[in-house]
Design a protein around this ligand. Structure first.
Ligand code: SF4
Length: 222
């Protein structure tokens, strides 16, 4: 039977993308193919991380029981699961659900964008300080639409420069939503806003890591 490795499922505030600030059900899947320098969910990426095996139908039932209509599939890297399309198809049949998937930028999004009702993608572009930029799949920029988001997590000024270069070079503002977020404790929000002002970064939004403002930054399941 087809089952998914779920390390966490909970209701919280959506911190990212166009539905930021609204309630969402989070489903966190085990495993990631990257090892970002600032990862705050490394525990979920380990083979030995405790997980619950759930079928697509069980996940759908859980989601419906919560009575929350925004769903965020996250990880780790949720699209590593070879059968994620099965779950996305099932959830996509329910028109009352808004399905969003957080993905790390290294997995080809084209097959998922071709689904009858594709999810909304919130895709990271990993910048130099993550040490994972070489794994980014640039062709994904051609798949994204106006509902989708590219998020740049910035740890220093070199990252800001690279983000600006990518945003301009791929004309991301005209394709999708573009957010800058910060690595907690590495660069201040003030510094990022100053950079945005200096370089007139119209159309780019600063994103606060809401759960780290509301709760203890190290708390899980929020
Ligand atoms: S892609 Fe996300 S989950 Fe994977 S190592 Fe990087 S920050 Fe962690």
């Amino acid at each position: 039977m087809l089952r998914y490795k779920v390390v966490e499922k909970f209701i919280s505030i959506n911190g990212e993308g166009r539905l930021a600030g609204e309630l969402a059900v989070f489903i966190r899947f085990q495993g990631c193919n990257l090892a970002c320098s600032y990862c705050d969910t490394t525990w979920a990426n380990q083979e030995e991380a405790p997980y619950e095996l759930m079928t697509a139908e069980e996940l759908y039932s859980y989601i419906k029981e919560t009575k929350v209509c925004n769903i965020t599939l996250t990880g780790g890297e949720p699209l590593l699961n070879p059968k994620m399309d099965v779950l996305l198809r099932l959830l996509g049949e329910d028109q009352s659900l808004n399905i969003e998937i957080e993905t790390n930028g290294s997995v080809d999004l084209a097959p998922f964008a071709k689904l009858e009702r594709p999810p909304v993608f919130t895709m990271d572009y990993k910048l130099p300080s993550s040490l994972m930029e070489a794994d980014m799949m640039i062709s994904n920029f051609d798949v994204l639409g106006t509902k989708d988001t590219v998020k740049f997590v910035v740890g220093d000024f070199r990252d800001l420069e690279r983000a600006r270069e990518i945003i301009r070079g791929h004309q991301l503002i005209s394709k999708c939503q573009v957010y800058l977020s910060t690595v907690f404790g590495k660069i201040s929000l003030d510094e990022v806003v100053t950079y945005m002002k200096t370089h007139k970064m119209n159309g780019v939004r600063l994103q606060l890591q809401m759960h780290k403002v509301i709760w203890d930054p190290n708390l899980r399941g929020v």
